[in-house]
Design a protein around this ligand. Structure first.
Ligand SMILES: [Zn+2]
Length: 488
């Protein structure tokens, strides 16, 4: 597999490269510093190529360099000089689109990215990592898996703090690999094993899991119902990072549906081309964010709960009309077995909220297709009961490159959508044309509203999975939110 390694100076780049990719704003190419130290040929050719490189779309321009140059091939990727206000100044999406396909081929390749400030380094590292997927079942001889070296720089010099960038890159690629794995390779048993292995060497971390009937005993009847007929049992995997003298506790909840058939409310025929292996993208992002926070030694306790299940069809599948008593004590009449993610999330959030007493709780989920209608492929939809938390998340999205956009927070308008004749609520809305994604968020909230905690919901159905690949979306957003919360 292609490796990705960060270096802290031009001198540390490999002496002979098959491909050198340089990424910078057009204005910075014109100024010259992004190409500095890369050799006379690369500097001369790069500056000329950048004149013709068009930011966005087909951003890259390439040429072969003359004999004796450090690289055989030079690729120039131009970024925009100015941006609209709902896009991250790091331009991670543009970086990814520009470099995709140019790195990791035959021989050694390197990418040099020119940043406006060192604060953009982690977002840029994520952008590189997410275009170098680890999951690959193509039959080949391995010759196309050359190693990649990355260097980030600003006009003031090369970024020297590369240890955290390596953590970011590795955790992002882990997240992408898990999302890319089909359910035959990643059922709930394997997902738990992957999570345990990924945190095994982290300091101050313990892991517990509630599997199968243990969920019933603990009162998580919603999560249990969703996954009970699958071959691998549903489970809640709880990762607990508890450093000495932690100043607060923050909870992270991830939806981990390893596959979603829709259940008895089967996904309809013309949606068969829909891939559903990505329905654990929230849990994968939470796992990777947890790894980064623990590895970075953050001073708060972080409890991450991965709610794993397969929404399968079988003799013991839960049905429309069933009434479930959730962990919160509230009852839910099922009117759509394909609205399963909110049952898993609500139970996990209630359990963690009551057991650990966090001051803030963040949930991340590929929850609604309607998220794509509301905020698109590049921006997750967020919902919060706290205006300051919402503003903090919006900024974290711009800083981390994991864009997000708030949806309305009006429980008064959402609650009537779930009205049931026989239970406290139904699990799916009466009118799908009435702010469906915000309504789904309200359902989760309804099971923790008595706890008085600050809550942020991230619906990442679109951005977590693009062009049939996991993206690692959500890790940076969650990490930046927790860091901001930890600062108080
Ligand atoms: Zn579903």
């Amino acid at each position: 597999m292609t490796s990705l390694v960060f270096v802290n100076s031009v001198a540390a780049l490999p002496a002979e490269l098959a491909t050198l990719v340089v990424v910078a704003r057009q204005a910075d190419f014109a100024a010259g510093w992004p190409l500095q130290g890369l050799g006379a040929e690369a500097q001369a050719f790069g500056k000329r190529l950048a004149v013709d490189a068009q930011p966005g779309g087909a951003a890259a321009q390439s040429t072969l360099l003359p004999e004796g140059a450090r690289a055989r091939k030079l690729v120039v990727v131009a970024l925009r000089d100015t941006l609209s206000r709902h896009l991250s100044p790091t331009q991670g999406q543009e970086i990814g689109n520009g470099i995709r396909g140019h790195l990791g081929g035959k021989g050694q390749s390197a990418v040099v990215i020119a940043l406006q400030s060192e604060g953009q380094a982690e977002a840029a590292a994520r952008a590189v990592a997410r275009v170098l997927p680890l999951y690959d079942r193509k039959t080949n001889d391995g010759s196309g898996n050359g190693d990649v070296t990355a260097l980030l720089r600003t006009s003031a010099g090369d970024v020297s703090a590369i240890a955290s960038l390596q953590v970011v890159a590795d955790s992002t690629r882990l997240c992408c690999r898990l999302v890319d794995m089909p359910p035959a390779e990643l059922d709930t048993t394997r997902f738990e094993a992957e999570a345990r292995a990924a945190v095994a060497d982290l300091p101050h971390v313990s892991v517990e899991s509630l599997v199968g009937d243990a969920l019933l005993e603990a009162g998580l009847r919603g999560l249990h119902a969703v996954g009970r007929t699958a071959m691998a049992a549903p489970r809640l995997v709880v990762l607990d990072y508890a450093p000495p003298n932690a100043s607060a506790t923050i909870a992270l909840i991830g939806k981990g549906l390893v596959y979603d058939t829709g259940g008895i409310t089967l996904k309809i025929v013309d949606q068969r081309s829909l891939t559903m292996k990505c329905d654990m993208g929230g849990a994968a992002a939470v796992l990777s964010a947890f790894i980064e926070l623990a590895r970075g030694g953050i001073g708060v306790r972080v409890v991450a709960a991965l709610a794993m299940a397969e929404n399968a069809i079988g003799p013991d599948a839960y049905r429309p009309d069933d009434v479930l008593r959730m962990h919160s004590g509230k009852t839910v009449e099922i009117n759509n077995t394909d609205a399963e993610g909110r049952l898993a999330l609500a139970d996990a959030a209630s359990y963690i909220g009551r057991k650990y007493g966090p001051s803030a709780l963040i949930d991340a989920a590929t929850l609604t297709g309607a998220q794509l209608v509301a905020t698109g492929k590049m921006h997750a939809a967020i919902v919060s009961n706290d205006g300051d938390f919402e503003a903090l998340a919006l900024q974290a999205g711009l800083d981390s490159g994991d864009h997000c956009m708030p949806l309305l927070w009006s429980p008064e308008l959402m609650k009537p959508e779930f009205k049931s004749k026989v239970a406290d609520m139904r699990n799916s809305v009466a009118d799908r044309m009435n702010a469906q994604s915000a309504a789904a968020a309200w359902f989760v909230w309804a099971h923790i509203e008595d706890l008085g905690l600050r809550w942020l919901h991230i619906d990442l159905a679109g951005p977590a999975f693009l062009d049939n690949r996991g993206t690692g979306y959500g890790i940076g957003l969650i990490v930046d939110c927790v860091r901001s919360l930890a600062k108080g």
